[in-house]
Design a protein around this ligand. Sequence first.
Ligand SMILES: [Fe+2]
Length: 294
Amino acid sequence: MTVADATAVRPRVHSLGYLGLTSTDLDGWRTFATDIAGMAISDTSSENELRLRIDEYQWRISVTPGDGSVAFVGWEVAGKAALDAIVADLTAAGVAVEEDSKLAQERGVLELVRSEDPAGNQIEFFYGPITESKPFVSPQGVEFVTGEQGLGHVVLATPSAEETERFYVDLLGFRVSDRVNLGPVVAMFAYVNPRHHSLAVVQAPERLLHHFMLEVTSLDEVGLALDRSLASNAHQPATGLGKHTNDQAVSFYLTTPSECRVEYGWAGRQLDLDLNPSTTVVYTGGSIWGHKSV
Ligand SMILES: [Fe+2]
């Protein structure tokens, strides 16, 4: 099957479920997450793991001590049948995949398997996340867009972009949303639910999580976060406001206390999984306006 044919396949993955980051500065992360981004500290945090809530899930982002690189990316699937299908597909393709009940317990999910993508990222597929009966209350009054669209999106930079794309698109059924010409490289954006992209893959000299995105429900929440960032000493914005060409989100980027940035955005375009697009648009740049480095 080729990448183009993959649009006929229903994605195996439901959404981006959780994200594990490392950092040399957990205290910095705590302040950044609550005071700037408006996330809440999860009760499941421990001395060595900061866990952050943005919705009813017990946690969505984990930060543990380390060099700042990404530790794991968790993809949520609908249930046991979907998880079994992923295990069968990966195994048939010769990709090592391992069930890990101890890790499932640690993460707070019913069942989990872990594997590695061609870029070298630890990826986990899971279903049955524990949700809190205590409602999510943002310390900054922010409401995040999650639900069927999941946590947000991740942009993976890798020296093996083509192989990584084949893995997510051909093997796992991610649909190509479009591509964006970023000058020397063309980034691939892919979706598994109405969110325009849950994943982007871009060729780069080394593996890293370029950024992840959090979406909020109003333009004011984006502007207020930008104001909080500008007023802070430690957590200045990495860019000004801008609007993306492909998903049309209005957003800006923040430097996190890990190596990745976070994109803080609003009004990302939604795609229809039933439309089965047969062509792929290439945009000539990432932004219609803005997103200038500051
Ligand atoms: Fe993004």
